[in-house]
Design a protein around this ligand. Structure first.
Ligand SMILES: [Fe+2]
Ligand SMILES: [Fe+2]
Length: 235
């Protein structure tokens, strides 16, 4: 009874410490211990990244991190049923690579099961955290990266990416350099992911290629802008 009451408690501020603590308890019931440890790791890393890039988004990113893998452990058949229930046509990319389903289905399910967290920026970050998106916003990027480099990840590609991010961010002493560092680290993650998919002869989602190309374009534009500013100041 007590436990039930606690689960149904509505926090005064869903993004305050009490709200996030209740959310943590609720998601814990929905996943394996391993997935929950990863989820807590993503929450911690998302908060660290938010402190660097967007302190005002810290609570939103912590909540997004807690919810990002909500449906990860559901079998493909259930993911398909969820898409149908929400009137969303089942994407071909997801049928070919069922790992991609959970970003979409979590973003569909959150407003229904966790309506206090149905914030468009949170839902978008969750929806884009696996395959990316060619127009990723800052929150999307921070959740995506936190998922890759959180401290419980031991896959060599993730460990190397974490070290690469730490090296880049140490050297970045202006906001422009920090944003460029973020895109460079993101680009490397897509390179690692695409290489792995090709090596394993798995289908490559078009959106993943488009996201990588967009990051390349953004980085080239930033470089050109820097050149223009440098030349301008020399005159
Ligand atoms: Fe995920
Ligand atoms: Fe994850």
């Amino acid at each position: 009874m007590k436990e039930q009451e606690q689960k149904e408690r509505i926090p005064a501020d869903p993004y305050g410490e009490e709200g996030l603590s209740l959310l943590r308890e609720a998601v814990r019931d929905r996943m394996s211990e391993k997935r929950y440890r990863h989820t807590l790791g993503v929450e911690k890393k998302a908060a660290e990244l938010a402190a660097v890039y967007a302190p005002e988004k810290t609570a939103l990113l912590r909540a997004a991190a807690l919810l990002h893998d909500l449906t990860k452990e559901l079998p493909a058949e259930e993911q398909i049923l969820l898409c149908r229930r929400f009137g969303v046509s089942v994407p071909r990319d997801c049928l070919e690579s069922p790992k991609l389903f959970h970003s979409l289905t979590a973003s569909l399910l959150i407003p229904e099961e966790f309506p206090l967290y149905a914030d468009p920026a949170l839902l978008q970050a969750v929806a884009r955290h696996t395959a990316g998106h060619p127009r990723m916003m800052l929150c999307d990027k921070l959740l995506y990266l936190a998922d890759w480099i959180e401290d419980t990840r031991t896959f060599p590609g993730c460990v190397k990416l974490r070290t690469y991010y730490e090296k880049k961010i140490r050297k970045a002493d202006t906001e422009a350099k920090r944003l460029a560092a973020l895109d460079q680290v993101m680009l490397r993650s897509f390179d690692v992911m695409i290489r792995e998919i090709l090596a394993e002869k798995r289908p490559l989602a078009l959106i993943t290629v488009e996201t990588r190309n967009a990051l390349l374009r953004d980085l080239a534009e930033r470089k050109n802008e820097r050149k223009t500013i440098t030349h301008g100041s020399e005159k």
